[in-house]
Write a protein of this length. Structure first.
Lengths: 72, 667
């Protein structure tokens, strides 16, 4: 399953860091952060509950980029 | 002298901060809260720095021995005001194992400079100024990028906000997502058509510029199909929706455009890989610069180690080395390029495709629907005894029962309602034509085989196309030529492709050799392959792909999307025509031309070239300036002041250059 989230991030490099952090989160098949449109597209692994996975994604992203915001 | 320059600079910064703060109060400036806070911090730090500049060290002498430390404390407060977030981020980075980022570079450089200044009891100003100007640069970058990001997004935004549904005689605005198929929606003049549908009532003119880049308005009348995303200009329209909002053209295009910059190009990948290697490399180089030369001087040359000088140079080295200019400007260039292209009616599905497009050297066309209209029309009437109109009228009447494309074109050429009662005894002879009684006369319409069968001497035609010989009452009455019409811009398109540096143009078609050769000659196409089945087209494209001289000479295939899908996928880059509403085209192609105009192919290539040029300019100039400064610093020719200006200046230049990719009107 694929879902798109609106995000708020200031710099392109931070967006790359968020992308990497999201990809490494368990339950995420693939993640793309689009800095220009301020969107995060997350592809979940089969059978995962997006809400639970996203909480971890947010935590992982906050860790690498404290200023970022993900609107769930 | 230097002091007055520095003071002047600080005054300018303070004034600028005040002016920007005033501009920021206007909602149109779109300044975020974060940016406003940062402006206050810049202003506060600058003013405090100015006060400290006016009261130089001697002013603190009144406090005696403590004076030096009081002065230092005030400087430290100033430093924290402007740079606390950088320190915090650097600390977090270290804790998370991501040591080497620009925050770390700045934190180490400024803290190091402060420590040196304390040790030497000297000038604290430099460390704080470096942080201040770095933050100003960051602020400017964040503002410029944010603003251009919004501008480009707005340019591409064709999202309708609402749909009008008539309820109990009153119009109600509802979310387009909630409108069911078959609902009648009302579009007033000046509003966007929110959902695809059919006009049930009303006539109007539509502005399709947002979809196609075409400024010529289109007329619609009752019964016409209408696609979402157009702007209704003149009359009130009632539209019965035929699709859900999510399936409508406008949603499809939005989806495509929004995901476009998620597909990353090689240049973008290169930059993120570069940044990953570059920052640590610079840090180690700085460490080496701080340690090795003094040791060499001390032990090998027996001179004074001069630790302070080398540490200062190493710190300056760190300030210059920020990779921000590259990291921000490359994706911004691609985004601007894609935005500019979509404004011209060219949808590019990703920055990687923009990159491939710029390397296109071979363009392969499909004929029907791409270079020609794909609509068969009566193109000539020869050797006729009776008037042209009469001949077409008889042909149309005789063929009135057939649903063959040819008879459709005849009926279209006739243009009037067919009166079936005038026709009787219709006799279709498969593979030959028709014989029918029209107004009591025997009319035969068909190919030369039909004429031979009837024993009538037909005059052969030199024109290319489908020839319909006509005989009335057993006598030859002339023939009608029906052929596909070449698009008005096709010739110009092939020529401008050549001008844009495309080496070879190839045409593939399932049509007869004679037709294909004639079209190719008219248009000036280099190679023609005719009488191909769809599978043959794939094979031909593969052959052409294998014949390429180098990896950098890419092959583009241009087709009209529906039956060309396999070829579109096989080519290096697939360009689809006639995309308005055709799902197959949008899905299979990498680039979609919204208005069927073959001239746009050359334009797309030019846009991609411009964008890629800007990307390369930014990469080369930014890296070159940085390397130059690094060398200057290592040799001791540059101070930290120069370092921060080089860093901020390169970044601003790169961002401004990137925005240039948006302007594609005159290409």
């Amino acid at each position: 399953m694929k879902k798109t989230y609106k995000i708020d991030v200031d710099c392109a490099n931070c967006a790359n860091l968020m992308e990497n952090a999201a990809r490494k989160t368990e339950g995420v098949q693939n993640a793309t952060v689009n800095f220009m449109t301020q969107k995060m597209i997350v592809e979940f692994t089969e059978g995962q509950e997006p809400a639970g996975v996203m909480a971890n994604v947010v935590r992982a992203c906050k860790k690498v980029e404290p200023d970022c915001e993900i609107f769930l | 002298m230097q002091e007055s320059i520095v003071n002047g600079l600080l005054v300018v910064v303070a004034l600028l901060a005040v002016v920007l703060q005033i501009i920021g109060t206007k909602p149109s400036a779109n300044m975020t809260r974060k940016q406003k806070t940062m402006l206050w911090r810049i202003l506060a730090a600058t003013l405090l720095l100015l006060v400290l500049q006016v009261l130089d060290a001697s002013a603190f002498a009144v406090f005696g021995v403590a004076g030096r430390w009081i002065r230092l404390a005030i400087f430290l407060v100033d430093y924290l005001v402007i740079g606390y977030d950088i320190l915090r981020k650097a600390y977090k980075g270290i804790r998370n194992g991501q040591v080497f980022d620009e925050n770390f570079l700045m934190a180490v450089a400024t803290l190091g400079a402060l420590a040196l200044a304390i040790y030497e009891n000297g000038d604290y100003l430099e460390a704080i100024a470096v942080m201040l100007f770095y933050q100003i640069g960051e602020w400017f970058q964040s503002y410029a990028v944010g603003k251009s990001r919004r501008n480009i997004s707005e340019l591409m935004d064709i999202r309708p906000d609402y749909a009008n549904v008539e309820q109990d005689g009153a119009l109600e605005q509802v979310d387009p997502d909630e409108v069911a198929i078959g609902t009648v929606i009302v579009v007033q003049p000046g509003e966007k058509v929110p959902i695809d549908g059919v006009v049930v009532d009303g006539d109007s003119t539509l502005n399709t510029a947002a979809l196609t880049g075409e400024s010529l308005p289109r007329d619609v009348h009752t019964g016409d199909e209408i696609i979402s995303g157009c702007i209704n200009m003149t009359g009130l329209l009632h539209i019965r929706t035929t699709k859900e909002f999510g399936e409508s053209t406008v949603s499809k295009i939005l989806d495509l455009v929004e995901n476009a910059s998620s597909r990353k190009s090689k240049s973008e990948d290169f930059i993120s890989r570069f940044a990953r290697i570059y920052t640590p490399a610079v840090c180690y180089a700085a460490l080496a610069l701080a340690v090795l030369p003094p040791l060499v001087q001390m032990f090998a040359l027996g001179m004074d180690a001069a630790w302070e000088t080398w540490i200062y140079r190493a710190l300056t080295f760190l300030v210059i080395s920020c990779p921000c200019a590259l990291v921000i400007s490359i994706p911004l260039s691609f985004f601007a390029g894609i935005g500019g292209a979509s404004n011209a009616g060219i949808l590019v599905k990703g920055s990687n495709y923009l990159e491939i497009l710029s390397q296109t050297k071979v363009v392969v066309f499909d004929k029907t629907g791409t270079l020609t209209q794909g609509v068969f029309e009566v193109n000539g009437i020869h050797h006729n005894e009776i008037e042209d109109e009469r001949l077409v009228e008889y042909a149309a009447l005789a063929e009135s029962a057939s649903s063959h494309p040819i008879s459709k074109s005849l009926r279209k050429a006739y243009g009037k309602e067919i009166d079936r009662s005038r026709v009787s005894d219709i006799q279709e002879i498969s593979g030959n034509g028709v014989i029918a009684k029209v107004d009591g006369m025997e009319v035969a319409a068909g190919n030369d085989k039909l004429m031979a069968r009837l024993g009538i001497q037909a005059i052969p035609c030199h024109s290319v196309g489908t020839i319909i010989h006509m005989a009335v009452d057993g006598k030859y009455a002339g023939h009608i030529v029906i052929s596909d019409v070449i698009k008005p811009n096709s010739r110009q398109a092939v020529r401008s492709l050549k001008a844009a540096g495309v080496r070879k143009t190839v045409m593939l078609t399932g049509d007869a050799k004679k037709v294909a050769d004639q079209v190719a000659e008219t248009l000036g196409i280099d190679e023609v392959y005719s009488q191909l089945l769809p599978a043959d087209k794939v094979a031909k494209v593969e052959e052409l792909l294998n014949a390429k001289t180098s990896e950098k000479a890419r092959l583009a295939f241009v087709g009209d999307g529906i039956n060309d899908a396999p070829v579109l996928r096989r080519a290096d880059i697939g360009i689809a025509m006639g995309a308005m509403g055709s799902d197959a085209a949008i899905e299979a192609a990498d680039v979609v031309l919204m208005d069927d105009d073959p001239l746009k192919i050359a334009k797309a290539i030019k846009i991609s070239r411009k964008c890629l040029n800007i990307v390369y300019q930014n990469i080369v100039v930014a890296i070159a300036i940085k390397l130059l400064c690094l060398v200057l610093v290592a040799l001791g020719f540059a101070s930290m002041w120069l370092a921060v200006f080089a860093d901020v200046g390169v970044m601003i230049l790169a961002v401004l250059n990137a925005i240039r990719a948006l302007f594609v009107k005159n290409l």
